[in-house]
Structure formats: C-alpha cells, structure tokens
Design a protein around this ligand. Structure first.
Ligand code: NAD
Length: 346
C-alpha cells in the first residue's frame, strides 16, 4: 500500500529555452513590473545583472549586485533598503542560489514578487525556503512569499559556469533528489521527479564538467536542477540538516552537500529499501552510496570536510546539534551516528 501523503500544487511559471533570458521583458510585463530591481552577485553575476537591466529597459529600477552566500543578515538588510530606495515593484534574481537567496530575503520583507533567472544547479529558485546567517548560526524559514513567481531557465547562461561550480551545484541538486526519496513528507510525484532528475544528472553532469560548452549536457542539467528543486519542496531530513549546521560554521554550501552525500546515503539507505531501489535504478548501480561516492570522486571539487574548512574539534558540536533535531526517519540519528558520518566525511 502507498504511504499517506499531502501534495500542494505550486503556483510557479517556468520558461525553459536557450536564449530565454531575452524574454525577461515579456515576463516582467506579465507580472506588471514597472520598476524591477535586479539582484546578482558581484563579478560575473554583475555582468549578467547588467545585461538583464538592459533587456528590461524602462522596466528596470537598477542593479543591486551585492549578494553573498548564505545571506548574512546585514546583506539582507542592505538589500531591503536598496529595494525601498529604488521604489522597486518587483525583483529579478539573476545567478545562483546566493543571488536568489538575497532576492528571497528582500521578498519576505517587502512582499515583492520575483522572477528568477538561475545560472547554477542548486534549485533554490523553485523552493519557498530562505536561509540566512547571523554570526555562525544559519536560520531557515519556509514562507510562500519568497518563492519565485516565474523562473526563466536559459541553458546558454550556464555555458560559462566554471567546472567546479558546475560540479558542486550539480551535486547539491542530486542531494535534494536523494533526500526526497527518504524524507517523511515524500509524495509519489516528488519520488518520480527526484528519480528522473538523478538519472539526468548522472548522465550529464560529468559531461558538463568536462566540456562546459556541451549544450545538450547543459540543458539536461538545468532541467534536472528544476526537477531537483521541485523534489526538495517536500522537506528535508538528515542530509540537509547536517549541511545546514555546517553552513552555519561557514563551510561552502554546495561543496559540503557533495562531500556529505555518499556518507548520509550509506547511513540512511540501510533503512530505506524503496529509496535504495529507486536510486539504484536511476544511477544504474547496485549500491547507490558507492555510485555517488564514485561520482563525487570524479569531479574537480574538494573531497573531504577538512578541505573546506571544518575544524575537527567542532564535529562533536555539529553532531549534538543534529541529534537535538530528533530526526526519526528513515532511521533515528543519535549524536554518535552523526559523529561517525562527519568523521568519515572529514
Ligand atoms: P552561488 O550562487 O553561491 O554561486 C557560486 C559562484 O558561481 C559565485 O561566485 C557566482 O558568482 C558564480 N556563478 C554563478 N553562475 C555563474 C555563471 N553562469 N557563470 C559564471 N559564474 C557563475 O552558488 P549556489 O551553489 O547556486 O548557491 C549557494 C547558495 O544557495 C547558498 O547560500 C545556499 O544556502 C543557497 N541554496 C538555497 C536553497 C533553498 O532552497 N533555499 C537551495 C539550494 C541552495
């Protein structure tokens, strides 16, 4: 018999096409934006942001290219201030999860609608989840006001994504899918979507890393990122909770997900037979944890938590924080379990 579930349909328009960024004006018009503030990260994100400001023409209120990973509270406050000063009536978030995260923080305070133009595979554009950081604590809230109203996926914008960001954000996407297969709130829809996204990532992420200009692989990975974000909407469990705690310690988000994933998978699949079967099929491997470890090992990203700044002395604290969450499914996680996982990933 199927497990009980609750499914909420999303109100989100998705436009997917090579060159689709040139349709930003039409999409802004649909949402009646007359003064959209474009949010981006500094550097390469700023160039994309400027291009979008140009495309928006008279519908642009300016560019705020100040996004920082994990949205520190001061960055969020400055973003809200920028939106108010510009008298913005809408937001366009251009870039990866950092730009989208800042737009979410502004949307939560101002109620403004957002068009997201994602250029990585981390999937934040799909979700109603906002993570901010205050010192070394990361706080996550779920709020429908922050979910992008429209997403424009333009695979051409990802041709410039460096191999390491391609690899890490792609594994972040895979992590959403893997967790969706064992999380308590999973639904038949999320399971099907997650399995399909894992299959597309497994087939295409290594190709996109090897040759960033492989348009087919880029398109498949971006479509997989959408599916991964959709599957994440059903909630999170051990894997994301661990990554969340380490994110608060200042570890890089996507890389931390990639490093942890084979370890959390090995632990949880021991008690999640259906998730194991689905993953085995999607990855075409008898042991999904080994397949994920092999996938990570073949990517140009850090392989151990020690390489991304975790101090071994903090492992016990992190394990205690995760144990305090009393995660029960697919199996209970005691502090000692979390410690063993973190030591193995260290
Ligand atoms: P990112 O946005 O931090 O980008 C990583 C780097 O790649 C940045 O320097 C950026 O400027 C650069 N970059 C992005 N796109 C590029 C492109 N097309 N070409 C060249 N350079 C490019 O990376 P991310 O992993 O997408 O985002 C991480 C953040 O997203 C974290 O803060 C994380 O918490 C958040 N996140 C949130 C959710 C959610 O649902 N709330 C989900 C996933 C990630």
């Amino acid at each position: 018999m199927s497990s009980p579930f609750v499914h909420d349909s999303l109100q989100q328009r998705v436009v997917f096409a090579p060159g689709a960024v040139s349709r930003i004006g039409e999409e802004a018009e649909r949402l009646k934006f007359e003064r959209a503030l474009v949010i981006a990260t500094p550097g390469s994100g700023e160039r994309l942001g400027s291009r979008i400001v140009e495309e928006l023409g008279a519908r642009a209120a300016g560019l705020h290219a100040q996004a920082v990973i994990h949205v520190p509270v001061a960055v969020a406050r400055a973003g809200v201030e920028a939106a108010r000063t510009a008298d913005a009536d809408g937001l366009v978030a251009a870039g990866g999860g950092s730009a989208i995260g800042l737009a979410k923080a502004i949307a939560r305070e101002t109620g403004l609608a957002t068009i997201a133009v994602p250029t990585t595979y981390s999937g934040s554009e799909v979700t109603a989840v906002l993570g901010t950081t205050d010192g070394d604590r990361k706080v996550t809230v779920r709020d429908e006001r922050v979910r992008a109203r429209t997403i424009i996926y333009d695979p051409d914008l990802t041709l410039s994504l460096p191999p390491a960001v391609t690899a890490a954000s792609g594994m972040n996407g895979v992590a959403h899918c893997v967790e969706a297969l064992w999380v308590e709130g999973r639904t038949p829809l999320a399971e099907a979507v997650a399995a399909e996204a894992v299959r597309r990532f497994a087939d295409n992420l290594p190709r996109a890393v090897k040759d960033g200009r492989d348009r087919h692989a880029r398109g498949e990975c971006l479509a997989a990122a959408w599916l991964a974000g959709l599957s994440l909407s059903t909630g999170s469990a051990l894997h994301h909770k661990l990554a969340h705690v380490l994110g608060g310690y200042g570890l890089p988000h996507a890389e931390t997900h990639a490093i942890l994933l084979p370890h959390t998978t090995r632990f949880n699949l021991a008690s999640a037979g259906l998730a194991r079967a689905r993953l085995a099929e999607a990855l075409r491997a008898s042991d999904p944890a080994v397949a994920l470890a092999d996938m990570v090992a073949g990517l140009p990203i850090p392989q151990r938590l020690r390489e991304v700044g975790l101090e071994q002395a903090r492992i016990a604290d992190a394990a205690a924080e995760v144990a305090a969450l009393a995660i029960a499914l697919p199996r209970p996680v005691a502090a000692e379990d979390a410690r063993v996982i973190l030591e193995a990933a260290f």
